[in-house]
Design a binder for this molecule. Structure first.
Ligand SMILES: [Zn+2]
Length: 135
């Protein structure tokens, strides 16, 4: 069995006394440890940062068009964070008369068919999803 904590319930461990502090949904998060009074630093968001950008195949223009990911339209370039591990549907919407050319992935971002649009992208860590477009 795999138990995943509820999204809103953030658990942090005090760096001084080592006690576990739970942030309850709907309640103001603890600023200091309720046990020893130590100031608490918020834990970094759990997830990855994905950089989205686009470039013309000839390099003439950059970051035209938009990428639709997670049901949102993104103007380019942009960093999306936090992104959880998984597969996501992405679509490139070219600007004006430009056409989709291909996807270029770096880092822990991968794609099976880079000539498809829309396509499915696999996220397993930080990385870049770039789209090449042509005139
Ligand atoms: Zn403490």
């Amino acid at each position: 069995m795999c138990f995943r904590p509820i999204e809103l319930e953030k658990v942090i461990v005090c760096s001084k006394c080592g006690k576990t502090i739970t942030h309850l949904p709907g309640m103001k998060p603890w600023e200091n440890c309720p046990f020893c009074g130590e100031e608490l630093t918020p834990s970094p968001p759990s997830g990855f940062t994905i950089h989205l950008e686009s470039e013309q195949s000839t390099g003439e223009t950059k970051n035209l068009g938009m990428i639709v990911a997670l049901d949102l339209e993104y103007k380019l370039p942009v960093d999306i964070s936090p992104v959880k591990e998984g597969e996501y549907e992405v679509e490139y919407i070219p600007e004006g008369s430009y056409k989709f050319n291909e996807w270029i992935t770096t880092g822990l971002v991968s794609m099976k068919d880079k000539k498809k649009n829309p396509a499915t992208v696999m996220i397993s860590g930080d990385g870049t999803l770039k789209v090449s477009y042509k005139a």
